[in-house]
Design a protein around this ligand. Structure first.
Ligand SMILES: Cc1cc2nc3c(=O)[nH]c(=O)nc-3n(C[C@H](O)[C@H](O)[C@H](O)COP(=O)(O)O)c2cc1C
Length: 397
């Protein structure tokens, strides 16, 4: 049994929130309702009190909250926040980080999955601002149950009708299930670039930002896994709950990954490890006039290949950054390195791949089944990739 927070805002379809509450309860979950002040003008919170068995929360500043700082304490407890119905207003507040009441403040504190079911007049839904807000939230990992077309309470016919309560409940339960889908698993994720130093100030590196690997780690954590994150230098903040191992060079990466590999169930190698390192490294800065014309490079270890050779039941996921013949090259890599799954992306495209916030990928499993994803945020893509990995794992069992 999980605790679900049900956010209710002031749309005319508010009465359907009662059905959604019941649906979650029927599935065995405990529901805490949070209403916006305006919602409490449309329906009395008392109705939700009696349906949920808990006092409905409306005010942020209330003396008799049983918790010390209620929005933070409750945020830690819930397995899902479902906002049904969601007004254009609350979607705008979520998208811009406004936190001026309980629900919008709570939203920022929740780390569990968030499901939003919008309901509004068609013009409001199709307004550029609302669409931009929804797109922004999707990119941040918020799930939507899209509104349907039909008769609207304002008398219009069109898009904006709240999705069917059964569909909302089903989607919410799916998200709850995903929260534990990787429970008990230890997942080793590598992310970011490596740096190969020539001297204390000069190094050889690449354009990897670490974003894709961090999103893979974050999503695995959300699905209940223990995550060991071996990360190269990156400006992006890694997910706080991962066991972080910072490295710099390909040799460090090799050492840390090989050490942790035997205990991992799944390994996701999203780091861009340098293929070459300098044959010699000096402890002191080389003076400009002393720099040789040619510097000798030596190959680094192919860590992915080494893991493929050593694996004993681990599910091995590789990433391939290609600029041409994506499918053929990724197909070769999966075989040559004995991978179970590969995520290939075309790094020559504008706006995706290295250092970008978005990505588009070709996912290939060990049987050669390939799926091409749309262009989406790396956060959204990490979910698509984990869904596909879990499907492959399920078939392997
Ligand atoms: C009777 C009534 C019905 C409304 N229905 C909707 C609706 O379906 N969707 C919506 O976005 N706004 C609707 N509104 C407007 C919102 O209530 C208004 O934007 C409000 O400021 C939202 O506050 P809240 O998001 O804090 O609940 C409605 C207003 C009234 C008076």
């Amino acid at each position: 049994m999980a605790k679900i927070a049900l956010g209710v805002t002031s749309s005319v379809s508010i009465y359907k929130a009662c059905e959604v509450l019941r649906g979650f309860q029927k599935a065995g979950h405990d529901v805490q309702v949070i209403m916006s002040r305006n919602a409490a003008k449309l329906i009395s919170p008392l109705l939700f009190n009696s349906l949920s068995g808990h006092k409905t929360i409306v005010e942020l500043f209330e003396e008799d909250h049983p918790w010390s700082v209620a929005h933070i304490a409750l945020a830690k407890e819930v397995g899902l926040l479902a906002v049904v119905p969601a007004t254009a207003n609350i979607i705008g507040k979520f998208a811009s980080g406004v936190a001026d009441d309980f629900l919008s403040t709570f939203y920022l504190a929740v780390e569990a999955p968030i499901l939003v079911a919008p309901a509004m007049n068609e013009a409001m839904l199709l307004h550029r601002q609302t669409q931009d807000n929804m797109m922004k939230l999707r990119a941040q990992g918020v799930d939507f149950v899209e509104p349907a077309k039909g008769y609207l309470a304002c008398g219009d016919e069109g898009w904006g009708r709240l999705a069917d309560p059964d569909d909302i409940v089903r989607r919410g339960l799916e998200l709850l299930k995903k929260r534990v889908s990787l429970q008990g698993k230890t997942i080793l994720v590598t992310a970011g670039p490596t740096r190969e130093y020539l001297d204390p100030v000069r190094f050889l590196s690449n354009r990897s930002s670490g974003k894709m690997g961090f999103e893979m780690a974050r999503e695995a954590l959300l699905r209940g896994a223990r995550v060991i994150l071996v990360a190269g230098p990156s400006q992006v903040a890694p997910p706080a709950k991962a066991d972080l191992v910072r490295i710099e060079s390909a040799a460090d990466m090799e050492k840390e990954v090989l050490k942790r590999f035997p205990k991992a169930d799944i390994v996701v190698m999203a780091a861009a490890v340098a293929d070459f390192t300098f044959a010699e490294r000096t402890g002191r800065k080389i003076k400009r006039q002393d720099l040789p014309e040619a510097l000798r490079l030596v190959r680094t270890m192919d860590i992915l290949k080494a893991l493929g050779e050593r694996k004993k039941g681990q599910f091995l996921v590789g990433f391939a950054a290609e600029t041409e013949d994506l499918r053929a090259n990724a197909g070769k890599k999966i075989k040559a390195k004995k991978l179970d799954f590969i995520v290939a992306n075309d790094v020559s495209r504008e706006g995706t791949g290295f250092d970008a916030d978005d990505n588009q990928a070709l996912l290939i499993d060990a049987k050669g089944h390939a799926t091409e994803t749309q262009k989406m945020s790396k956060r959204e893509l990490s979910r698509v990739i984990w869904d596909a990995i879990e499907a492959s794992l399920g078939k392997r069992r």
